[in-house]
Design a protein around this ligand. Structure first.
Ligand code: CO
Length: 491
């Protein structure tokens, strides 16, 4: 038997002050040509990058308890002929407009933000603000800001003006909800489709799966009941299945009802329960449920069918990564919170078993890949990563994983750079899966400003081929899309 000495902690790759400075509210709305550019924007890169995320971390001085409670702000970078136009606009949700007029918080946030006045002002108030802050997609000719608790907001794609709530051509009713993580099926059944879902949860849950054609018209819909509480943020698709991980968590709503905590703060991880993996056939047929060891998943990288198995690759945490115990998310002790790792689940449909293999043990989040590989075996994955190979830390690097060779490439912006979600944009007429660019809106704490970096995906170790320096910051964001249409000013 060997004894292991505790290893001396490595010096952190970042300072908390730098990291925290990316969580300042950005109340201003800008529109301008980006002029401070290091390197060259590839002339064949054309289209518009849309990003969503919390833009306000306080409402007139009242700090949000968790950044996920911040009002949604859309940023766009329209790129054409080697030039780039930046714009950011708040989604004019009813809550944003009312609170900006009132100059104070009027709603409770799902992640714990309370109205001023303590429990009595918050008890039994179950109305949430539709904060529209999680994702932004362009589908069926509409630009939609998504938040999983409520209806999408439709925006004008060039001006980013809010046009109002959108019910997806009658798919959802007023008061209904739509996932923040719809998947674009690149054409497994002929034409591209948008596959999305909504969940109603409580003691038991109902999940509804929708498939829309390119015009946004509903092609089919099916509902599935799931026993128990279901916290499902994301899912994965293959040509034949929609795959959902029901995390082993329970919901004890009392502190929420009493106004002491936000709804998401009442989630408890239960390590005695398995993670339930639901395989719902997209074109009808019997649902299969496979138990796996308990873990917590927000995001899936991809899924595909291979030799009678369904493979799912997901960012897994060994328990629910709650920030409990920290006075503020800005004081979070990274070492006390579990880190996300990329795991591969090989689901055997005959034996009803899951075989789990770690693919990336470094702390990672926000996986992405070539849009044509969604639901198909992929060779390359790109993901935000910590600078150090172990431990939990903010994302400061990008990692590219080659599944054929098992090799990975890393580009780190540490110590003062902080990474957001990367997006892969294929080069027009490319024949190789990694022939294209990675676009990342990152935060540079040295300038206290954000930058859009463009990397050649075939060699990310070479660093950015272009760095578009914004003269202001965009607070750390969540998800976004790249569309090949140029939604910038006419030139
Ligand atoms: Co997400």
């Amino acid at each position: 038997m060997t004894t292991t000495q505790p290893r001396p902690a490595a010096a952190p790759s970042f300072s908390m002050e730098d990291w925290r400075s990316g969580y300042r509210s950005q109340p201003k709305e800008y529109s301008y040509w980006i002029t401070d550019i290091e390197g060259v924007i590839p002339p064949d890169l054309e289209g518009t990058l849309f990003r969503n995320g919390p833009g306000l971390l306080d409402i007139h001085g009242h700090e949000v308890k968790h950044p996920f409670d911040g009002d949604g702000m859309i940023s766009s970078v329209a790129i054409q002929h080697g030039r780039a136009y930046f714009r950011n606009r708040y989604v004019r949700t009813a809550g944003y407009v009312a609170e900006q007029q009132a100059k104070k918080p009027l709603y409770r946030g799902v992640f714990g933000t309370q109205r001023p006045g303590g429990p009595l002002a918050n008890a039994f108030d179950l109305t949430f603000k539709n904060i529209a802050n999680t994702h932004v997609i362009h589908w069926g000719g509409k630009l939609l800001a998504l938040w999983e608790g409520a209806e999408p907001h439709r925006l004008e794609p060039t001006s980013l003006d809010t046009l109002g709530l959108d019910y997806l051509n009658g798919l959802i009713a007023p008061g209904g909800a739509f996932t923040a993580h719809p998947k674009v099926d690149p054409g497994h059944h002929g034409d591209p489709r948008l596959v999305g879902f909504s969940v109603k949860t409580g003691l038991s849950s109902t999940l509804t799966l929708y498939e829309l054609d390119g015009e946004g018209t509903l092609l089919n819909q099916r509902s599935q009941t799931m026993p128990g509480f279901a916290f499902i943020h994301d899912f994965a698709i293959t040509p034949n299945y929609a795959i959902f991980f029901q995390n082993p968590v329970s919901f004890g709503p009392l502190p929420f009802l009493l106004g002491l905590k936000g709804a998401a703060e009442c989630i408890r991880f239960d390590p005695k329960q398995p993670t339930k993996i639901w395989l719902i056939p997209r074109r009808g047929g019997e649902v299969q449920v496979i138990d796996a060891d308990p873990c917590f998943v927000f995001h899936h990288a991809n899924a595909y069918e291979q030799e009678g198995q369904v493979i799912v690759e997901s960012v897994c945490y060994d328990r629910f990564p709650s920030l409990e115990g920290s006075a503020s998310y800005k004081e979070v002790d990274f070492e006390a919170v579990p880190a996300g790792q990329l795991w591969r689940f090989a689901l055997d449909l005959d034996t009803n078993t899951a075989q789990v293999t770690p693919l990336i043990t470094r702390c990672v989040e926000f996986p992405t890949l070539h849009p044509d590989q969604v639901g198909r075996p992929h060779r390359y994955l790109y993901i935000g990563a910590a600078h150090a190979p172990s431990g939990n830390a903010p994302l400061q690097a990008l990692l590219k994983l080659d599944q054929h060779t098992g090799e990975s490439q890393l580009w780190s912006a540490a110590p003062r750079g902080f990474m957001g979600e990367p997006l892969f944009v294929p080069r027009p007429q490319a024949t190789q899966e990694d022939d294209g660019w990675l676009l990342v809106l990152m935060y540079n704490a040295e300038r206290r400003c954000s930058e859009l970096v463009i990397l050649a995906a075939q060699d990310i170790t070479a660093g950015p081929i272009a760095r578009l320096k914004l003269p202001h910051h965009v607070p750390y964001g969540l998800h976004g899309s790249f569309v090949s249409q140029y939604f910038g000013p006419e030139v």
